[in-house]
Design a protein around this ligand. Sequence first.
Ligand code: ZN
Length: 177
Amino acid sequence: MENNSTNLEHPFSKTLGEGPYKVVGFMEIKPCQSRGTTVVGDVQLTKHDKWKGGCGTCSHCGTAIMNIVVIRTGSGELHGVGTSCALKADLPPKEVSAIQLRIRKQNRTKRVELNIKKRNAIQEARQNKQVEISAIPHPYDQNKTYLDYVNKCCLNYQSVVSSVYKTLVEKNIIDKV
Ligand SMILES: [Zn+2]
C-alpha cells in the first residue's frame, strides 16, 4: 500500500529546491550609523558559490527579514530564509531550538525598543502637555494630579511605562508609537 505522506510536497520544494534541509548559519541585519544597515553573523556564506540569495528578503516567502537563517538544501544550495519560514523545514530538534532561541531574542529586542519609544513619548508629554496631564486624576491620591504621578513614578519599570503610556494614549495626550 502506498504511503501518502511521502507524496506530500515540502513547502520549500518549489522555492528553495528539494531537501533534506539543514541550518548552516545565521545572519542578522542591524542598523548602522554610517551605512544605514550592516550584516553580522555568518556573512562569509554569502560568498559561497552555491549561495542563492535571501540576505534581507526571505528566499521562501519574499518577506523582508532582519534575522536570516541560512538553509542548505539537498543539492547543496544555500538560501537565506526568515526565522518563521525556517521552522517549516522539518529540521532536527536541535536546529529548531536554535531558531526558537533567536526568535525569543528578537522579540525581546523588539519589546525593549518599543518600551524606549513609549518612555520617550511620556517624557516629551511631561514637558509639553502638563495642563492636559494634570486634568487626569491621580490613580491613588485625590489631592494630586496625574502629572504628580507621572513625575514621581519610576519610568525604569516596563510595567509602569506601559500603564502610563496606555492612560496617556486613551486621553489622546500622546500618539501611539
Ligand atoms: Zn519567509
